[in-house]
Design a protein around this ligand. Structure first.
Ligand code: C5P
Length: 232
């Protein structure tokens, strides 16, 4: 067995970071499924904190109040054995569509700039690391949360391609969508995520850069599994 993995065989971690729409959610879920590993959707945690703050009509810059929400978040991820999204229960009630809205995504990226909120979610995220392994999806999985991960991927795609994907997704759900507005929202959110002072969206040290602009999901998944197999 390769030495790099052997030293930390206990609970290997693959981190997959990148901007929204790069396909990292689907890719991460498929990889976790194929390896039979656990899966962390860290963006969902930020979205849940934002949802509670929105429900309480808090200003999204109120760091202490929002960090308290993050610390006390009563959430359960009901994982199933397929590649479907986990059912997320907030205080015992399912919240799936609410946290996936553009409004909640934008609010999530606002609360995510607050250092106390990130700190409050840190241990909660690390607790997802369990046997036989973890695939962690987010923005700072390889740089901050699991800096010693065995394999780190940074999955990117052009903003135009990501806006197109989101547009298609919304249309398929029968929802209204405007491509130009989506592109602008993506660019604003990207700028906020990439330029914040705490845990900005940048490739972690040692991350392998993968561009999904012209690659299908299956190709990206196969490429990452190939990288993993080189380490084992
Ligand atoms: O990945 P997703 O789009 O669900 O994430 C929503 C927002 O949460 C992102 O735009 C980002 O600002 C924030 N986030 C983060 N760190 C993570 C995951 C998500 O800052 N690890």
């Amino acid at each position: 067995m390769n030495k790099r993995v052997d030293e930390s065989v206990v609970m290997p971690v693959i981190t997959i970071d990148g901007p929204s729409g790069s396909g990292k959610g689907t890719v991460s879920r498929l990889i976790a499924h194929q390896l039979g590993w656990h899966f962390l959707d860290s963006g969902a945690l930020y979205r849940l904190v934002a949802l509670v703050a929105l429900r309480r009509q808090l200003e999204l810059s109120k760091e202490a109040e929002i960090a308290l929400i993050a610390r006390e978040l009563d959430v359960e991820f009901k994982v199933n054995s397929s590649v479907e999204e986990a059912r997320i229960l907030l205080e015992g009630t399912p919240v799936r569509d609410e946290i996936r809205s553009e409004q909640c995504g934008n609010a999530a990226s606002k609360v995510a700039v607050l250092p106390a909120v990130r700190e409050a979610l840190l241990q909660r995220q690390r607790d997802f690391r369990r046997l036989p392994g973890l695939v962690a999806d987010g923005r700072d999985m390889g740089s901050v949360v699991f800096p010693r991960a065995e394999l780190k991927i940074f999955l990117d795609a052009s903003a135009e391609e990501r806006a197109q994907r989101r547009y298609k997704q919304l249309k398929e759900k029968g929802m209204n969508a405007n491509l130009a507005a989506l592109l602008e929202e993506i660019q604003v959110r990207d700028a906020r995520d990439r330029n914040r002072s705490v845990a900005p969206l940048v490739p972690a040290d040692g991350a392998i850069l993968v561009d999904s602009t012209t690659q299908g999901i299956d190709e990206v998944v196969a490429g990452i599994l190939e990288e993993w197999s080189k380490l084992t």
